[in-house]
Structure formats: structure tokens, C-alpha cells
Write a protein that binds this ligand. Structure first.
Ligand code: NAP
Length: 255
């Protein structure tokens, strides 16, 4: 029996990358999955690539997590079409990297809007269902960049903010049977880190090789590494864990 049998999981930014790998893992373990992404077509295409087990299903929903109206409509659709809501993964993310003196107000607002306000809006909308049923799991995506990363003042602030948000929700929602945790990935090979290589003018394979070489386990991370940790933290096996941030980074932050 899969750990998510009979559960409905919503994963934001799941049309690709870490979100898609997490959606795939949850579906394999029995969940009905809603893939939320900015582009409805991309979300639907990703949902169609999932293989839900018998009795479960998958849908794609286009929504902007930084917009309250869009979030409300998306969750109403998920509950209507999949029949409930048990797990929320706040994964949607963007980067607008620049050194502070070149960082625009728009770069700041966009990044804080998607990561922090997005997690706030999605969690606030989901907790209505979770509190009423006395059950829910929220998982937020932080990053090793929370600890500081040159050129990422906006992203770093958002990702450390996510950790504080996670701790506070852990305290507030624990009494209602809701666990709230975060994962802070290190370097994971996705389009997000591909874009960083392009911005730095480094060949993609060379960029990955350099990151692997500097990592204690001598490889870069794969989306599936994060999906495996996400599945554990959102499962009932982790019901005594809340408010925590788990670094999944091959030991990159060990010093
Ligand atoms: P990715 O490949 O860039 O995927 C992110 C997805 O989020 C994209 O499909 C994107 O859609 C979507 N998205 C962006 N803004 C959105 C919004 N407002 N509403 C809904 N969806 C939105 O990124 P990833 O590497 O898989 O990263 C996933 C999460 O892990 C992010 O929170 C990221 O910060 C975090 N993380 C990643 C790494 C890494 O090394 N990759 C490390 C640490 C943390 P569009 O393509 O349409 O923009």
C-alpha cells in the first residue's frame, strides 16, 4: 500500500524540475495529484505524464501562486475535481539574480512575491481544509542559498523567510494535526540551475562538474533526491516532525 493512498496532493511549479519529480513520486505512492503551474498547458501536459495508481487521478491547473484570486480558484478546482486536499507542496520558484547595486525593485518584488507570498497564499487557502479535517501536510521549498549566496539577496531573503514561515506554521497548525516542514536543496540539476550557468557564461556540463567536484558526495543533486525527502516529510511516518528544515545538499553546507 502506497504512503499516499486516498490522499490528494497539490504541488506548485510542478510542470518540470523538482516539482515534477515530486508529483511523479507522490503519484507512484498512490496520491491523486494536482500539478499547478503558471502555464495551464504545461501543467496539463505534466499531469498527463504521471501514472496514478488505480483509483487515483492527476490534473493540471494553471495558476499564479502570487495572486490570491488565482490561488483560491485553483484550490477550489482541485477540491472539486479530486475530492479533497491533504498535502500541499509550495515548490513554485523563480530567480532574478543580481548584485545588490544592480538589483531592481521589480527583481526584489517578483522573487519575494512567488516564494514567500506564494507560500503564504497557498498555505492560508489550504489550511481551511486541513483544519476542518484535522489533517494536513505542508512542505515548503527553501534553499541552501538561505545561508547567503552572492548575487541572490532577493532569493536568499525569500528562502530564509520560508524557514521562519515554516517554523511559525509548525507552532500554529500542530494542534490541528497539520505538519509543516521545509526542504533546503543544494545544487539540483534543473532548468533553474541551467539558467544560472548561462547567466555566469559557463558551459552547462562544466558548471555541473565544478559543483559536483566541490560537493562532499561528489555529485550534483537530482530532482528525485528532493522528491524522496519530500515523500517522507509529507507521509505519516514523519508525523512527529514539524517546523523543521531538512538540508538535502550532499553535505554542501557542512563547512
Ligand atoms: P524550475 O525548473 O525553474 O521550475 C519552477 C517551476 O515553477 C516552473 O515550472 C515555473 O513556471 C513555476 N513557477 C514560477 N513562478 C510561478 C508562479 N508564480 N506560480 C506558479 N508556478 C510558478 O525550478 P526547480 O529547480 O525545479 O526549483 C523548484 C523549487 O526548488 C524552487 O522553489 C527553487 O527555488 C527551489 N530550489 C531549487 C534548487 C536547484 O538547484 N534547482 C536549489 C534550491 C532550491 P514557468 O516556467 O512558467 O516560470
Amino acid at each position: 500500500m502506497g504512503r499516499f493512498e486516498g490522499r490528494v496532493a497539490v504541488i506548485t511549479g510542478a510542470a518540470r524540475g523538482i516539482g515534477f519529480a515530486t508529483a511523479t513520486r507522490f503519484a507512484e505512492e498512490g496520491a491523486s495529484v494536482a500539478v499547478i503551474d503558471l502555464d495551464e498547458e504545461a501543467a496539463a501536459a505534466a499531469a498527463a505524464r504521471l501514472a496514478p495508481v488505480d483509483g487515483a487521478s492527476a490534473i493540471g491547473v494553471g495558476a499564479d501562486v502570487s495572486d490570491a484570486g488565482s490561488v483560491a480558484a485553483a484550490l477550489a478546482r482541485v477540491v472539486g475535481e479530486l475530492g479533497g486536499l491533504h498535502v500541499l507542496v509550495n515548490n513554485a520558484g523563480i530567480t532574478r539574480d543580481n548584485l545588490l547595486f544592480k538589483m531592481s525593485e521589480d527583481d526584489w518584488d517578483l522573487v519575494l512575491g512567488v516564494h514567500l507570498k506564494g507560500a503564504f497564499l497557498m498555505s492560508k487557502a489550504a489550511q481551511e481544509h486541513f483544519v476542518a479535517q484535522r489533517y494536513g501536510k505542508i512542505l515548503n521549498l527553501s534553499s541552501t542559498s538561505a545561508l547567503g549566496n552572492r548575487g541572490q539577496a532577493n532569493y536568499s531573503a525569500a528562502k530564509m523567510g520560508v524557514q521562519g514561515f515554516t517554523r511559525t506554521l509548525g507552532i500554529e497548525l500542530g494542534p490541528f494535526g497539520i505538519n509543516v516542514n521545509a526542504i533546503a536543496p543544494g545544487f539540483i540539476a534543473t532548468e533553474m540551475t541551467d539558467a544560472t550557468a548561462a547567466r555566469l557564461g559557463i558551459e552547462l556540463e562544466e558548471f555541473r562538474r565544478l559543483n559536483a567536484e566541490a560537493n562532499p558526495v561528489r555529485r550534483v543533486g537530482r530532482p528525485e533526491d528532493i522528491a524522496a525527502a519530500a515523500a517522507f516529510l509529507c507521509s505519516d511516518e514523519a508525523s512527529y516532525i514539524t517546523g523543521q528544515t531538512l538540508y538535502v545538499d550532499g553535505g554542501a553546507t557542512l563547512g
